[in-house]
Design a protein around this ligand. Structure first.
Ligand SMILES: [Zn+2]
Length: 272
């Protein structure tokens, strides 16, 4: 089973994430939180950006994260190769450490000016629904992959653990951006453990103090532990404004404009 998943890592990941994407698209139509009428053009733009990123990563890098983990395993590199721990324990530690690493990657992206210029492509969207979870500049995807390679090599993460985390990360990127109404009692229970759409929506607020909070991707523990949590948005979930004040015009939302955004100066932010 493990061998099949590793040999077919790409299709396995694509099938699971694609299925979740379809289910969330339907779910947010049936039970919307805000019910914004997102245009098809905006959705296609977000999907287009992720396809361009996938193509660039494929052309630039000969290896995926799972492929890199296979290399690390063959050469017996990393912390786990010095011990003989049960697979379940290794998998749990791998997921937790990778998620912690991605939390700090996200936080640095908001702090370091050159990283913010790349990451702001994700924050320029003025609507919050599932395709926002696909809207990342190719440079961010590439940098994130190199960063993950370093964590995989240091820890000696097994290929199957990398595949599990990659799927979880993509699924939660979609789920946490979905315009989904979750009953309050369930939402409260869920957010003790994982990132919910209400939790992550705060991160897409136009208010800087809220944009610079709630950096978690999978586990909500890191925002609590490192004191970056804002529980609810100041203006309420239904009336809060999404995006960045300086990027509200239609022309700043075009695909070409999003692709060149990282090389343009950041005129309005204090992250200079
Ligand atoms: Zn962010």
């Amino acid at each position: 089973m493990n061998e099949f998943a590793i040999t077919h890592a790409g299709p396995v990941r694509f099938a699971i994430v694609g299925l979740v994407f379809g289910v969330l698209l339907l779910a947010q139509m049936m039970r919307p939180r805000r019910g914004e009428h997102s245009s098809l053009a905006r959705r296609l733009r977000n999907v287009g950006l992720t396809l361009i990123a996938a193509l660039i990563v494929y052309l630039v890098l000969p290896l995926t994260a799972v492929g890199f983990a296979l290399l690390v395993e063959q050469r017996q590199i990393g912390f786990f190769h010095h011990f003989d721990w049960p697979f379940g324990l290794e998998l749990a530690i791998s997921v937790i450490v990778l998620d912690l690493a991605i939390y700090w990657q996200h936080r640095w992206m908001h702090v370091l000016p050159w990283l913010w210029r790349i990451h702001r492509v994700h924050h320029t969207d003025t609507q919050f629904e599932v395709t926002l979870g696909l809207r990342f500049h190719p440079a961010e995807i590439l940098l994130s992959l190199f960063y993950k390679f370093a964590v995989i090599a240091a820890l000696g993460v097994a290929p199957i653990s990398v595949l599990c985390y990659e799927i979880l990360l993509a699924v939660f990127a979609l789920f946490s951006h979905a315009d989904l109404h979750i009953p309050t009692t369930w939402e409260r229970r869920l957010r003790w453990f994982v990132i919910t759409p209400d939790w992550h929506r705060v991160h897409h607020s136009v208010h800087r103090v809220e944009t610079d909070s709630n950096y978690g991707n999978l586990l909500s523990l890191w925002d609590r532990l490192f004191r970056s949590m804002v529980a609810q948005p100041r203006d309420g979930h239904r009336s809060m404004s999404i995006g960045l004040d300086e990027f509200r015009e239609e022309r700043s939302q075009r695909l070409a404009a999003l692709l060149v955004l990282p090389i343009l100066p950041d005129r309005h932010s204090s992250r200079r």
